[in-house]
Design a protein around this ligand. Structure first.
Ligand code: GZL
Length: 305
């Protein structure tokens, strides 16, 4: 009878669906929605018991979700950390529970690299550098820039700001005259751009937006001020959501650097490899390309987000 019980328990363990908890930042942008959908759709396709927690833009909600996943004894935890710091205590709890954590999208700062298994996402520094290099050529290294920053303390905001600043340092004629966070939100981009236009008026030649949602919000403010986005004010942005690529075609955004959110398949492949005992890459970067008037029309139909 003991043998039958043992067999039953082994069989049930083998055919129980994989249980994965995902602590998402929130729903602040079209990029985020596409990222969440990629994870949800892929989990459904693979028959994974997927527990999705929307952090609603607050780190404490993500931490609470991770604690709940630990209590539910999930097989793996996926985290898109809204900010870079403050994760060690809860990641130590996951480690003590023997549950691997996969970081996606954004990185964290920690002294203990053993607190997460791997990172899958984009190279934000490279994205900021690509945007700056494209801009410098477009404006011959001269112009006054206003910067719409992403969520304060987040890896993309920190890295895109640092990279852009490093790249334009080569051009003494390119200056950031103002910089403020719009929190990656469309409304935030509009409000901050309205304030910049009031403060600086026609002194503004260029907008550098850390994501397309803020760039699209800024376009509303620029048009309401009677100016032509993409002509009176050059706009460079990051994400390459479909709406932004259409804005490139319409001549309202001059360039958007891709930050691909559709990495659900890669995340679940990585978890499967880890569970099969394979050694996975510590950091795996998605491929990102740049879209401007030379290639936007050719790609718009095939864009998935
Ligand atoms: C980038 C991601 C950023 C996007 C924004 O990987 O973290 O957060 O650029 C999103 O659109 O809100």
């Amino acid at each position: 009878c003991a043998f039958a019980l043992l067999t039953a328990s082994v069989l049930s363990a083998a055919d129980k669906p994989l249980k994965v908890g995902f602590a998402q930042t929130g729903a602040e942008s079209a990029w985020r929605t596409a990222n969440s959908n990629s994870m949800k759709n892929e989990a459904a396709k693979r028959g994974i018991d997927f527990k999705f927690a929307d952090g609603q833009g607050k780190q404490e909600n993500q931490i609470r979700a991770i604690r709940s996943f630990i209590a539910q004894r999930v097989d793996a935890i996926v985290l898109a950390p809204i900010v870079e710091t403050g994760w060690d205590p809860v990641l130590r709890e996951a480690k003590r529970a023997g549950i691997p954590v996969v970081l996606i999208d954004r990185t964290i700062q920690t002294a203990d690299e053993s607190l997460y298994a791997c990172f899958i996402g984009s190279d934000f520094y490279e994205e900021g550098r690509m945007a700056a290099d494209w801009l410098a050529k477009k404006v011959n290294g001269t112009g006054s820039i206003v910067e719409l920053q992403g969520t304060p303390g987040s890896a993309p905001a920190n890295e895109r700001r640092r990279a852009f600043g490093d790249a334009i340092a080569k051009y003494p004629g390119l200056k950031i005259i103002d910089s403020q966070s719009g929190d990656f939100r469309r409304a935030g981009g509009k409000e901050v751009m309205e304030a910049f236009l009031k403060k600086h008026g026609k002194a503004i030649n260029i907008v550098y937006a850390h994501n397309d949602d803020m760039a699209l919000g800024a376009i509303q403010a620029i048009e309401q001020a009677g100016l032509k986005p993409g002509q009176d004010i050059i706009i460079v942005s990051i994400d390459a959501i479909k709406e932004a690529i259409q804005a490139v075609i319409d001549g309202k955004i001059n360039c958007t650097v891709e930050c691909n959110p559709l990495f659900g398949p890669k995340v679940f492949d990585t978890i499967a490899r880890m569970r099969a005992g394979e050694k996975v890459e510590r950091k795996s970067f998605n491929k990102d390309e740049l879209f401007d008037s030379t290639n936007a029309s050719a790609v718009i139909a095939s864009r998935e987000y």
